[in-house]
Design a protein. Structure first.
Length: 74
C-alpha cells in the first residue's frame, strides 16, 4: 500500500509532455494535426474527431426494404 502512494507522488508526465512539444516544433503541419487529434482523443474521449472517420459509418435505423408491390413488372 505504501509503495502505491509513493509511486503516485513521484508520477509525472513532464518528460513525455516536453518530448511532444519538441516534436510539434519539428514536424510537418499534417503530423501536428494528427498529434493534436490524438491528444484530443485522450483528453476528451466523448467528443467528436477533428477529421472524418477512416471508414464510412453505418447510418442509424434499419435498412429500407423494397416492397414487391412497388417493383415494375416487365
Amino acid at each position: 500500500m505504501g509503495e502505491d502512494v509513493s509511486n503516485e507522488v513521484l508520477f509525472s508526465v513532464t518528460e513525455e509532455w516536453n518530448g511532444i512539444q519538441e516534436r510539434l516544433q519539428r514536424v510537418a503541419y499534417k503530423i501536428k494535426l494528427e498529434i493534436k487529434e490524438g491528444l484530443r482523443l485522450l483528453a476528451f474521449p466523448e467528443s467528436t474527431m477533428l477529421s472524418p472517420p477512416p471508414r464510412k459509418l453505418p447510418a442509424k435505423g434499419a435498412k429500407k426494404k423494397k416492397s414487391p408491390l412497388h417493383q415494375k413488372w416487365h
